[in-house]
Design a protein around this ligand. Sequence first.
Ligand SMILES: C[S@@+](CC[C@H](N)C(=O)[O-])C[C@H]1O[C@@H](n2cnc3c(N)ncnc32)[C@H](O)[C@@H]1O
Length: 203
Amino acid sequence: MTALRWLARTVAPHHRLAKAPGSRRPYYAAPELGLHGRTTIAIRLAGLHPVVSLLRGRHVLDLGCAEGVVLQEMLKGGPASGHGVDNSAERIASAKRLHIDPRLHFDVVDLNRTTCFDAPVFRQGYDVVLMLGVYQHLAAASRPIVLRRALERCRERFVLRIPRCHIERIDPSEIVRNAGFAVEQAIEPERGEPVTIYKRVAP
Ligand SMILES: C[S@@+](CC[C@H](N)C(=O)[O-])C[C@H]1O[C@@H](n2cnc3c(N)ncnc32)[C@H](O)[C@@H]1O
């Protein structure tokens, strides 16, 4: 068998099957931005207004940022920088295309990899870390580990949103408290899912 045939028969099919992680579809429904997903921006920003006022001069990390719409909104609070990560290469490509403010940058990161925070793309620390609607998507085994690592990087405030339908099953509040945080605000927006702002109270 020629080397080319061998390659076609053995390597290529596996390569096709080894699908990259992360959705290829847009997340937000915002036709004006060229996004044809299922979730409106208004519903995703519900409950986040109090966060904006905490951001002046802060370095912000958004875990599972999709197309970066939340970080774009957070610019209203005057942060020093905003870093969005998501495992969807397509969503990160859209974020880079849509949000060109020099304070914002975006990277493809798979949060299911428990060592992901060792990657050089991350700052040593962030003042504010957002984990909005992503915790429930992580693999059960990596979820608590990745949460602890994210909390280690978080100096001031950790903002968590978990859909009501998942909270009982995967409630991470004990992990967050044990990492030195206390609830500062629990926000129940009229529409959308609850948001909890935790404040660091211990090193
Ligand atoms: C429900 S959406 C929330 C988007 C945004 N945070 C918001 O609240 O509007 C969840 C996002 O997490 C991303 N995600 C899911 N699993 C992930 C993983 N293992 N690593 C990184 N991002 C992930 C998805 O691609 C998606 O963009």
